[in-house]
Write a protein that binds this ligand. Structure first.
Ligand code: COA
Ligand code: MG
Length: 307
C-alpha cells in the first residue's frame, strides 16, 4: 500500500462541478492524472442532489482510462457529507476527497464508512484512497495529528479558502500562503503523503500558472489542483522532472555508490559537494519521474488497445 502512495502520479488534479456531465466527459479526454468530480463548492447548493446522481452515473458508465477518478464530498459537519459519500461509494471511485478537514476525527469518520463499503463489496481494505483538503487555520494547526491518519494518500492545500480563513489578501507571488504551504509539505513528507498545491484561478494566464506550478514543485509539492483544461499540460510538465534533472539525479546515484565503496561519505561532483541528503533528493526525483513515465506508458497502451 505504501508503495502505491508514492507511485501514483497526481501532477494535476482537475475539478469540475459534479452536476456538469459535459465537463466530466471532456475531462476523460485530457490525459490528466486525476479527475475530481465535485459535490462541494463547485456544485451550487441547489445542485447537490444532481451532482451526486451525475457522479454516480459517470463512475458507472464512463471509462476514465489511466486518469484517477475521484469524488469530492462536502465537508464533515456540512450536513451533506453522508448523502454525498453514500451516493458515490457503491460505484467504486478510485478515491474520496474530503474538504476542509480540521481534525483526525474527520478522516476517521470517512475512513470507517469507506472500510465498511470495501468489506461489504469484497474490494479489499484500502482499495479506495482518501485525499483530504486542508484549507483552514484549524486544519493547518492540527496537521500534525491529521496527517498521521493511516488511510491518507494525499493532502490538498486550498489557498483561497485558507486566505479567507485567516483574513489574508491573495497576491500573485502567494507570499501570504507560504507558511501554510510549507506546513503542508512538511507534514506530508513526515508521513509519506503527496502534497497537492493551490489552484491558479486566473486560468487564462498560462505564464503565471507555469511560474506558480514551478514554484510549487520547488517547495516540494508533487502536484497542483487545476480548474480548466488549458491548465493541464503546463501543470503536468512543471511537476515532471526535466530530462536534465533526471540525468543529474542518475549521476548522483551512480557516483554515490562508487564513492561509498571507496569509503567516502562526502565527495565532489562537478565541483559541488555530494553527500547523503543529496542522494535522497536524487532518489526522489527518479521516483517521481518513474511514476509519471508509468502513467504515460499505460495511457499509450490504452490508446493502442482502444484503437
Ligand atoms: N473540466 C472539464 N472541462 C472543462 C472544465 C473543467 N474544469 N472547464 C471548462 N471545460 C470545458 C468546457 O466545457 C468547454 O468545453 P467545449 O469546448 O467542449 O465546449 C471547454 O472546456 C472550454 O471552456 P471555457 O469556455 O474556456 O470555460 P467556461 O467558461 O465554460 O468555464 C469555469 C470556466 C471556470 C467556470 C470552468 O472552467 C469551471 O467550472 N471549472 C471548475 C471549477 C470548479 O470545479 N471549482 C471548484 C473546485 S476549486
Ligand atoms: Mg476549498
Amino acid at each position: 500500500m505504501k508503495d502505491e502512495k508514492v507511485t501514483r502520479s497526481r501532477r494535476a488534479l482537475l475539478y469540475m462541478p459534479g452536476d456538469n456531465w459535459k465537463m466530466i466527459t471532456k475531462s476523460i479526454t485530457l490525459g490528466v492524472d486525476s479527475i475530481c468530480m465535485d459535490m462541494e463548492d463547485g456544485a451550487a447548493v441547489n445542485k447537490k442532489a444532481e451532482a451526486r446522481a451525475t457522479i454516480a452515473k459517470a463512475l458507472r458508465e464512463l471509462d476514465f482510462g489511466a486518469s484517477e477518478k475521484l469524488a469530492r464530498i462536502n465537508s464533515v459537519g456540512s450536513g451533506w457529507e453522508k448523502d454525498d459519500i453514500e451516493a458515490v461509494l457503491p460505484h467504486k471511485p478510485d478515491g474520496i476527497v474530503i474538504p476542509k478537514v480540521e481534525s483526525y476525527d474527520h478522516v476517521e469518520w470517512a475512513g470507517r464508512i469507506i472500510e465498511d463499503a470495501e468489506l461489504k463489496n469484497g474490494w479489499g481494505v484500502n482499495s479506495i484512497r482518501v485525499l483530504i483538503g486542508v484549507e483552514t487555520a484549524k486544519g493547518i494547526l492540527n496537521l500534525k495529528e491529521i496527517a498521521a491518519h493511516p488511510r491518507l494518500d494525499a493532502v490538498i492545500f486550498g489557498g483561497e479558502d485558507f486566505a479567507a480563513s485567516i483574513g489574508a489578501t491573495r497576491t500573485k507571488d502567494a507570499v501570504e500562503l507560504l507558511y501554510a504551504r510549507q506546513a503542508v509539505v512538511v507534514a506530508c513528507a513526515a508521513y509519506d503523503l503527496q502534497a497537492i498545491d493551490i489552484v491558479a484561478i486566473d486560468y487564462r494566464d498560462l505564464e503565471a500558472l507555469k511560474a506558480e506550478a514551478e514554484q510549487g514543485a520547488r517547495l516540494g509539492f508533487s502536484g497542483k489542483q487545476v480548474i480548466h483544461p488549458n491548465q493541464v499540460r503546463v501543470t503536468q510538465e512543471a511537476f515532471t522532472p526535466s530530462a536534465e534533472a533526471i540525468a543529474h539525479a542518475r549521476r548522483i546515484v551512480e557516483s554515490f555508490e562508487s564513492s561509498q565503496k571507496e569509503g567516502k561519505g562526502a565527495y565532489s561532483l562537478d565541483g559541488k559537494m555530494i553527500d547523503m541528503p543529496l542522494l535522497r533528493n536524487a532518489q526522489k526525483v527518479l521516483a517521481r519521474a518513474r511514476a509519471a513515465e508509468r502513467l504515460v506508458a499505460s495511457r499509450k497502451l490504452e490508446g493502442e488497445t482502444r484503437s
